[in-house]
Design a protein around this ligand. Structure first.
Ligand code: FE2
Ligand code: FE2
Length: 126
């Protein structure tokens, strides 16, 4: 399934970069300073970075799913926190949240496909 999943994950990666751009621009608009070093990102992030040391597609997808679910919780938190107080940040958080939910769904679908393929193989082997 690599040939099907890889281009989709590359699309997700583009969207993730765009989320970072949106968040940074909004932080600057409201007079803040974005986190400027990778070391600080690691320290401040509430979502863990999982090293993709296992190249098997199912392992990559499971790590990804953890990341998407963490992102969903974070953007929900930002959307709730800004609701009725900061309309622009709220709208941004909701827009990003919707993409994260789509990412989660894509990954759940692929993992479901892999599980079904595994079941079919088991039946074939009898
Ligand atoms: Fe994202
Ligand atoms: Fe995502």
């Amino acid at each position: 399934m690599r040939s099907e999943i890889e281009p989709e994950l590359l699309l997700h990666a583009d969207q993730e970069l765009n989320h970072a751009v949106m968040v940074v621009e909004r932080i600057i608009q409201i007079g803040g300073t974005p986190v400027l070093t990778p070391a600080e990102w690691m320290k401040l992030s509430k979502c863990a970075y999982e090293i993709p040391s296992d190249p098997y597609v199912e392992a990559i997808l499971k790590q990804n799913l953890t990341g998407e679910r963490c992102a969903i919780q974070r953007y929900k938190g930002i959307a709730d926190f800004t609701n009725g107080k900061d309309h622009s940040t709220h709208q941004m958080a909701v827009a990003i949240l919707n993409e994260e939910i789509e990412h989660e769904q894509d990954i759940e679908d692929w993992l479901g496909d892999i599980e079904r393929m595994r079941e079919d193989l088991r039946k074939l082997k009898g």
